[in-house]
Ligand binder design. Structure first.
Ligand code: TNX
Length: 484
């Protein structure tokens, strides 16, 4: 019970053991399409581990022994994502108010399980005890930059699997930047066909068709993860400016950009066609997005006039709201007039207070803690270091509530680990940068501050390293951790 990540809100081990057997069933009540689906998720994982049949029994008549029971019941203290998990030698009892709560309880249960011995790899046992668990923050995010280098649908699904295992619930996809445009837009098809053909160094370009994107949204939703699409504006737009000459103030298309400088491009804010373009893009994105959020970028608009920038963000928020979504933007939007529904994402920590004064909430992604693209140290083969080197302890040992004097717990919607991809080409590159830092941010986002500390995380993550290794996950063997 002592290696869970994220640490549960409360945990009481009872020192006994539950064992899965060939006759174990998964009982579920009430049986609804969603509770059956999460039961199937659990069954599939346990079948892979054991070869037992593990049938799912909807709405079982009476309590039997040696079973796993999943039930929905009213307990408002568990909220929309909490769960209660009791393991006894006679059975596993998982209760939540919502299917999401059951899903998180299942992630905990799967972390608890291990084979009886190395000689019997297809057995499954877990230590007994009781857990009551609710998340600290509603927004537990990971951002992936698919614009600097493109990553396949398969890669994103694999990343989503890991996010779900650590109870993250937002995947923010950075879908456009100077180097590439990665989402098909039917009304402006050259964004993808021309803008999507670029990338850093000209390697790993491409784009998602709308069908592929829908497939990702559905895959994430089955794991209670909301995809937050970002179209970065008005800067970071060279790929769009290369696709459509009319979006440039001088009417001349830009060349595709393969470098990694930032802050040189801008949409032409005096042209009406710019707003038609934005409205078409936001309308199509909103139609692909069941989640409440559209991220409009807004960062590093160094090539945009300041006053024009202010008016632009206000106009973009109107468009986002027209399509029924809430605007998320990088913290620079705090300098402009935004609504209380807007969300500012901090990365440097300069404009958070201005966003909060307007009633908006913030997401914390401070570069020196939550930027997974920062090098671990001077020798790191991948990554940048403009925010410093970010070792495992730097990612873990900070508290969102004391990050800035201007930002209190209630102002914080959540935390997000950002992974920019200027230097990343493969899925192994992604996971090398993410682990063991993504798991640190996941714990900050979920676990109560009072319960967590670096020494404990350091020990627990070592046990996860053994699993990562067994599963072939490429990760950083931080010297700060005594890997098993
Ligand atoms: C800053 S963070 C950027 C990105 C870069 C990143 C590299 C932010 C909002 N903008 O354009 O990729 O640094 O770490």
């Amino acid at each position: 019970m002592n290696h869970l990540i994220p640490l549960p809100a409360s945990l009481l081990p009872t020192q006994l053991e539950f064992q899965l057997g060939p006759d174990t069933q998964i009982l579920v009540a009430p049986a609804t399409p969603e509770t059956l689906r999460v039961s199937e998720f659990l069954a599939a994982a346990l079948r892979r581990a054991t070869d037992y049949a593990l049938p799912i029994v909807p709405d079982p008549p009476a309590h039997a022994r040696d079973q796993i029971f999943l039930t929905l019941h009213d307990d408002s203290t568990l909220g929309a994502e909490g769960y209660e998990l009791n393991l006894t030698p006679d059975g596993v009892f998982l209760r939540a108010q919502t299917p999401a709560g059951l899903f998180y309880g299942i992630q905990t249960l799967l972390q608890l399980g291990a084979p009886l011995s190395a000689q019997e790899p297809k057995t499954w046992r877990a230590a007994t005890g009781s857990i009551r668990d609710v998340p600290r923050f509603a927004w537990r995010g990971a951002m992936l930059d698919v614009a600097r280098h493109f990553f396949s649908v398969q890669d994103i699904k694999r990343y989503i699997d890991w996010l779900a295992a650590y109870k993250l619930n937002r995947l923010h996809l950075h879908l456009s930047d100077d180097q590439g445009w990665r989402i098909e837009i039917k009304t402006w098809d050259k964004l993808a066909t021309i803008g999507g053909s670029g990338s850093v160094g000209g390697k790993k370009s491409g784009y998602y068709t709308q069908d592929e994107y829908r497939e990702l949204v559905a895959y994430a939703a089955e794991r209670f993860i909301v995809i937050v699409p970002e179209i970065d504006t008005p800067g970071h737009t060279n790929a769009a400016l290369a696709a459509y000459p009319e979006l440039n103030c001088d009417g001349v298309a830009r060349e595709l950009y393969t470098g990694i400088e930032v802050g040189f491009s801008s949409l032409c804010l005096d042209k009406e066609i710019t707003y038609q373009f934005l409205e078409d893009v936001i309308r199509e994105l909103a139609a692909l997005t069941p989640g409440e959020f559209i991220h409009i970028g807004g960062d590093e608009a160094h090539a945009t006039d300041k006053t024009a920038y202010t008016q632009f963000i206000a106009r973009v928020e109107t468009i986002v709201e027209k399509y029924g979504k809430r605007m998320v933007g990088w913290e620079e939007i705090g300098q402009t007039k935004i609504s209380a529904r807007a969300i500012a994402q901090l990365w440097r920590g300069e404009y958070g207070a201005q966003a909060i004064q307007q009633g908006a909430q913030v997401i914390l992604s401070p570069g020196k803690h939550a930027y997974l693209d920062m090098q671990y140290n001077e020798q790191s083969p991948l990554g940048l270091h403009w925010a410093g080197y970010v070792e495992a302890q730097d990612a873990y040992a900070w508290d969102p509530a004391t990050f800035s004097a201007d930002i209190g717990e209630s102002n914080i919607l959540g935390v997000e680990a950002a992974l920019w991809s200027e230097t990343l080409l493969t899925f192994d590159d992604i996971t090398f940068m993410a682990f063991p830092r993504l798991t640190a941010i996941a714990e900050i986002a979920w676990s109560p501050q009072a319960a967590r500390n670096w020494e404990s995380y350091r020990q627990r993550v070592a046990a996860h390293g053994a699993r990562w290794q067994a599963l072939g996950l490429h990760f950083y063997r931080s010297p700060q951790i005594d890997w098993e």
